[in-house]
Design a protein around this ligand. Structure first.
Ligand SMILES: NC(=O)c1ccc[n+]([C@@H]2O[C@H](COP(=O)([O-])OP(=O)(O)OC[C@H]3O[C@@H](n4cnc5c(N)ncnc54)[C@H](OP(=O)(O)O)[C@@H]3O)[C@@H](O)[C@H]2O)c1
Length: 328
């Protein structure tokens, strides 16, 4: 790394799952001199023992707030996003317009790098997606799930914007569900997928014996929040060339493992019929937005992480099963 001065890093959404894992690493890293964070709700960095982070309240929909936050930034890490929302217009304003606005503000500030937390969902859940997706496979909007559609749209838009602005390198990280002690997003998505067994989990938590429960054997990838944060840090430092990187824990688990981690007694059923049914349900008109997450079960979205290992120098330290255990 040729850079000698300490980096100023601006982070949108530093108070979410990713931010709470990344900021302590930025705080500890000697190569980072200053961290400025922006999100909407009140937050006291000192309460977390953080001294480098200057926290500002603001909204990514407000270009002036972004401009003020990014002033002097060498790197912008964009994490602010509304994962679950019933209102498509609000989601679009925060997620799509907010992300593109953040990129424009990063360019205007003269930032050398823009690091964006994309998702495995950017690949969509198409039947011809290989299991073991590599970064050269096309990202294509999902059929139904708005979150995944926005991720694919944003990746394409950011790649075009990067080509127009060669002074600002764009890094796109594609994690699967992120787990760990602060994993609010993952905790929201997983219980949605497991909604039918939630009453059973509650019963087990009250000390009742676990009844057997039929669970589809569908493969899943997870990644621990600390491993995501280390990948983000490597992008912040420019440890590898710009571009997209898949990241995930080494082990591919199944919904059966998830059920077991929740204290249930899973009885395995083949995943294929559930995948087929999910595909059909995802096409039902006027499906409530929360139900659209069923599309994620229509085809296994399993990534190959060789590029992040060999080019970025990243490797996961936590297994998916450990991450599950730490979350629940
Ligand atoms: N968690 C996962 O499992 C997962 C997996 C793959 C990809 N990702 C992606 O990773 C990124 C970060 O996810 P996360 O899990 O850290 O999300 P999160 O836990 O929901 O945190 C979102 C952060 O963004 C802030 N925020 C939301 N709306 C904002 C707005 N309008 N203006 C300013 N700040 C706003 C939130 O604070 P306030 O609410 O106080 O504003 C919070 O700090 C997202 O792009 C997400 O899609 C997440």
């Amino acid at each position: 790394m040729a850079e000698t001065t300490r980096l100023t890093v601006a982070v949108t959404g530093p108070t979410g799952t990713f931010g709470l894992a990344l900021v302590p690493m930025l705080e500890r890293d000697e190569r980072v001199g200053r961290v400025i964070g922006i999100a909407r709700r009140p937050f006291d960095p000192a309460a977390r023992g953080w001294s480098k982070l200057e926290y500002r309240r603001g909204d990514v929909r407000d270009p002036d707030a972004l401009r003020a936050c990014f002033e002097g930034a060498d790197v912008v890490v964009h994490l602010a996003f509304q994962v679950m929302t019933g209102n498509e217009e609000t989601a679009r304003a925060i997620n799509v317009d907010g992300t593109l606005g953040a990129f424009d503000a990063a360019v205007a500030a003269g930032a050398r790098r823009f690091v964006y937390a994309s998702s495995v969902a950017a690949y969509g859940f198409h039947r011809d997606n290989p299991v073991g997706l590599t970064e050269d496979w096309a990202t294509r909007p999902a059929g139904r799930l708005l979150y995944a559609q926005e991720k694919a749209e944003l990746e394409h838009a950011l790649q075009r914007a990067a080509a127009r602005n060669p002074g600002t390198d764009v890094y796109l990280l594609r994690p699967p569900i992120v787990l760990g002690p602060d994993a609010a997003g993952g905790k929201q998505v997983l219980p949605a997928a497991l909604a039918p067994v939630v009453p059973l989990v509650r019963a087990v938590m009250r000390g009742l014996p676990a009844p057997p429960v039929v669970v589809p054997d569908l493969p899943l990838q997870f990644v621990h929040q600390e491993d995501v944060a280390r990948a983000l840090l490597l992008c912040v430092l420019g440890a590898g060339p710009p571009g997209a990187y898949n990241i995930a824990a080494d082990d591919v688990v199944s919904l059966v493992d998830v059920a077991r981690a929740l204290g249930l007694r899973p009885v395995r059923m083949p995943g294929a019929p559930v995948a087929a049914a999910s595909r059909v349900i995802a096409r039902v008109p006027h499906l409530p937005s929360r139900m659209a997450w069923v599309e994620t079960m229509a085809h296994p979205a399993i990534m190959d992480t060789t590029k992040a290992r060999t080019v970025l120098g990243w490797s996961p330290r936590h297994s998916a099963l450990d991450a599950l255990g730490e979350t629940f």
